[in-house]
Design a protein around this ligand. Structure first.
Ligand code: 5GP
Length: 175
């Protein structure tokens, strides 16, 4: 059993949540088990330990769990990209379309410097809208998004394809 398969076995699918017809990939069993949590974090640590990063950015909210531990292990700072209205200081915003309506994510204006090499972390890519918005925010501050990294890609929703065609390199643990 390789690490990716081991992790995949600890992701639970919850049917019809948060709404009818959705198969929600629940990563809490993976976090709850100390062995799978460590295997997961170690995959990310080994991938980025020689990447000469300046910062780890995480997407609200599950990207914070993985991203902050990764940042700590790599001796780097952590930057949260939050849902609208949560960050207290001067913010930049990016709005993006959802199936019904829209969402907005925000970043503090002093979160990183031009030229900073940043990895952008979340748990999952569906349509890719969230990660695309995060990438745009970081790039508006002049940062270089070296890679976007998630545990799960749902390739049938086209998000990873869209992100790659925008020039973002992606790392996904399982799909
Ligand atoms: P996207 O913007 O790519 O359509 O959706 C990805 C965002 O929504 C991520 O921030 C992710 O946390 C959340 N998300 C959407 N569907 C799921 C799911 O099935 N499982 C989990 N864990 N997160 C999801």
């Amino acid at each position: 059993l390789n690490a990716s398969q081991y992790i995949k076995e600890h992701i639970r699918t919850v049917e019809n949540w948060p709404q009818q017809g959705v198969m929600f990939r629940d990563i809490t069993p993976l976090l709850q088990d100390p062995k799978t949590f460590r295997v997961l974090i170690d995959l990310f640590v080994h991938r980025y330990m020689d990447a000469k990063l300046d910062m780890v950015a995480g997407l609200d909210a599950r990207g914070f769990i993985i991203g902050s531990v990764l940042a700590y292990e790599l001796n780097l700072g952590f930057v949260p990209i939050r849902k609208k209205g949560k960050l207290p200081f001067t913010t930049l915003s990016e709005q993006y379309e959802l199936e019904y309506g829209s969402a907005t994510v925000e970043l503090h204006a002093d979160a990183c410097k031009p030229g900073d090499r940043v990895v952008l972390i979340d748990d999952l890519i569906a349509t890719g809208g969230t990660m695309m918005a995060g990438k745009k925010l970081l790039e508006r501050l002049g940062a270089e998004v070296v890679e976007g990294a998630v545990i799960v890609d749902l390739p049938e929703l086209g998000g990873s394809k869209l992100l790659k065609s925008s020039g973002l390199q992606l790392y996904t643990v399982c799909d």
